[in-house]
Design a protein around this ligand. Structure first.
Ligand code: ZN
Length: 56
């Protein structure tokens, strides 16, 4: 059974179902967050993520 990625219409990967990649999953998430579901004042803090990424 093949599912088309709702973002780019490529065949979906099992790993990222129903999307073809983590990128498309993120695109959909961003759409969803910026659309009907808005969290006032609860933004992701990029600096925190960068700190974690950098490690020790
Ligand atoms: Zn896709």
């Amino acid at each position: 059974m093949t599912t088309a990625c709702p973002i780019c219409k490529k065949p979906a990967e099992l790993k990222f179902r129903p999307f073809c990649s983590s990128r498309c999953a993120n695109v959909d998430l961003q759409r969803w967050l910026s659309g009907s579901y808005v969290l006032p004042g609860d933004e992701l803090e990029d600096e925190d993520v960068a700190d974690l990424d950098r490690g020790a």
